[in-house]
Design a protein around this ligand. Structure first.
Ligand SMILES: [Zn+2]
Length: 284
């Protein structure tokens, strides 16, 4: 994966998977065969696999190196997690992501901050790794930033994802519970982007007037550029999800801000541009 230079900050994708995974109808109630037909050619083959009809959705982190810190935004599915949904994202013993991090020249010990946009299984998996039967933080010297709202919601739910990926970080004293607009410094800050989960945030990155934003799961697929009103049926708050996505697309349309997506097909990074009544994505 190439390094993107944003002013003084270096940004690099650390990929775990990029395979066809979900049918559009798994996500969107509106995604009937007829409704998809006008977009099929535009989406295929990169975002929609023509052979399986499934959406191609990478799972990846963003490695951000500022002058002061080495930061990871989101940590993918991880290795040997006990829940396995979807199975294609959870092959046993999968350490590809860790190998890719090391290939980028960074050891786990060197990570200063881990920022999770939210605490779903494909965004916090490598927060921990299994050592002698116990889940321990993968990044022993890092502080992990979770929004207080997201943490509390996940703690109450007490799903295996929280037990495996989040609780051990808190128990190790490495978690920082922060507000939805927390700023790490004047280069890295959070923005509340509600809807997908209880305390979902986007992560802003700015250096020398250059700006990028990692948008997490406020948008999942390029299909939502042409149908911004389509929200996944499993959203925490469906109406808020739609509002957040619409205002985000509107705000950054035809701007200089680079959008770092979680699940758009490689290269996953680009600019939002106007296309008819909707939007398109100009990949870098
Ligand atoms: Zn996701």
């Amino acid at each position: 994966m190439g390094v993107l230079q944003l002013g003084d900050i270096a940004i690099q994708r650390i990929l775990e998977h990029e395979v066809p995974v979900y049918y559009p109808s798994d996500f969107f109630a509106e995604a009937t065969v007829e409704a998809l037909e006008p977009y099929r050619q535009w989406l295929e083959p990169k975002a929609l696999c023509p052979h399986t009809g499934r959406m191609v959705m990478p799972v990846q982190s963003y490695l951000v190196r500022t002058r002061c810190h080495i930061i990871l935004i989101d940590t993918c599915c991880g290795c040997n997690k006990t829940y396995a949904e979807p199975p294609v994202w959870h092959p046993s013993g999968n350490e590809v992501w860790l190998a890719n991090l090391k290939a980028a020249g960074v050891q786990p010990e060197e990570i200063d901050y881990v920022i999770c946009t939210h605490l779903h299984s494909d965004h916090c998996g490598w927060n921990t790794r299994l050592v002698d039967g116990l889940w321990v933080p993968t990044f022993p010297n890092a502080k992990y930033l979770f929004t207080q709202v997201e943490y509390q919601a996940m703690e109450e739910e007490n799903h295996q994802i929280f037990i495996d990926n989040v609780k051990p970080v808190m128990e190790a004293g490495q978690a920082l519970l922060v507000g939805l607009d927390y700023a790490l410094d004047d280069e890295i800050w959070l923005e509340s982007t509600p809807g997908h989960s209880a305390g979902h945030v986007a992560v802003h990155i700015k250096s020398n007037q250059h700006h990028a934003v990692m948008c997490g799961d406020l948008i999942h697929t390029p299909l939502q550029l042409v149908e911004p009103g389509w929200s996944p049926t499993f959203e925490f708050d469906l109406a808020a999800s739609t509002n957040t996505r619409r205002s985000f697309l509107d705000k950054y349309c035809n701007s200089d801000s680079l959008i770092l997506t979680a699940h758009f097909p490689s290269p996953s990074i680009g600019h939002i541009i106007r296309r008819g009544n909707g939007y398109d994505f100009k990949y870098i």
